[in-house]
Design a protein around this ligand. Structure first.
Ligand code: NAP
Length: 281
């Protein structure tokens, strides 16, 4: 027994683009690029108080989405939501520890469904295998895998109940596709996240919900600043990036909007590499 059913999912529906300005009947002279806009859509951005998640919140807000910003610390969230509102966006903070499945369920139960989930909460415990503790494995697993599962379950469940399409994006990593020194636990977690998303793409495709990962190379954030402060490590990282520079949070913003919007209407189960060529070596 493989545990895999031989029969296909019951009567799968074709997932239509969320806004249909790309009619198959349109003549070639009427072809229009599907919209990158997200006006009126609700976006849940997890890990939005700083780093990649904060940049993603700005990108989604600039594309017209109404964003809910999630992190554990109220202060960073309030600042981020205030900045988005100052720029004309609609943004609200939501203090939540996404490693707590009961808290995730309760927080989302009272809110309208989110058509976009951008999950950027993640952590790393770099180290040699022999030095890593059980608590390192637990911390990385709890946030990088289990929280992604909880968030996907609640967001997708609400969309399916409401009959709405959506786009789920988990920030994975180039390390979800390759190995690297002192990255045992991190690579294991990101490879698992890739598997979770591929399986979910199949489960949720018939409901018009797309599931993809975004896979950056090293980006300067609070998470990586201590590692990149070591000149030898910085040189090593730069030597592995074909474009010859370490990433900035701005480098992920276009990819976030692409995956969230109708511009990527037929993209699911995919990993979008934003890695400067690292995995092309
Ligand atoms: N930076 C890179 O080079 C890089 C490269 C590839 C992939 N990634 C991935 O990109 C993601 C974001 O990385 P980053 O560098 O932007 O990290 P970061 O600067 O450390 O930001 C992490 C964000 O997640 C929030 N967070 C952490 N634990 C949480 C929890 N239990 N519940 C809710 N929110 C939580 C943090 O806020 P609070 O602490 O207030 O909760 C913060 O807003 C991670 O998944 C990381 O693995 C990063």
């Amino acid at each position: 027994m493989t545990g895999v059913s031989a029969s296909p999912p019951a009567r799968p529906r074709v997932a239509e683009p969320m806004a249909s300005d790309a009619s198959p009947e349109a003549g070639l002279d009427k072809l229009r690029t599907p919209s990158f806009r997200l006006d009126g859509r609700r976006a849940l951005v997890v890990g939005a108080s700083r780093g990649i998640g904060l940049a993603a919140a700005h990108a989604l807000s600039q594309a017209g989405a109404r964003v809910t910003l999630v992190a554990r610390s109220a202060e960073g969230l309030e600042q981020a939501a205030h900045a988005l509102r100052e720029q004309g966006g609609q943004a609200e903070p939501l203090v939540l520890d996404v490693t707590d499945p009961v808290a995730v369920r309760q927080a989302l139960a009272d809110r309208a469904p989110y058509q976009v989930l951008l999950n950027s909460a993640g952590t790393n415990r770099p180290g040699l295998l022999r030095d890593l503790q059980d608590r390192d494995l637990d911390a990385v697993t709890d946030l990088n895998i289990k929280a992604a599962f909880y968030l996907s379950r609640e967001v997708a469940g609400r969309l399916v109940d409401a009959g709405l399409p959506g786009s789920i994006i988990h920030v994975s990593s180039q390390m979800g596709h390759v190995g690297g020194p002192k990255r045992t636990v991190y690579c294991a977690s990101k490879h698992a996240l890739e598997g979770l998303c591929k399986a979910l793409a199949w489960e949720l495709g018939p409901s018009g919900i797309r599931v993809n990962t975004l896979c950056p190379t090293f980006i300067e954030t609070e998470l990586t600043r201590p590692m990149l402060a070591d000149p030898a490590f910085r040189d090593y990282v730069q030597s592995r990036i074909a474009l010859g520079r370490i990433g900035r949070v701005q480098d992920v913003m276009g990819a976030v909007v692409f995956l969230a919007s109708d511009a990527s209407a037929l993209v699911t189960g995919s990993a979008l590499m934003v890695d400067g060529g690292w995995t092309a070596a």
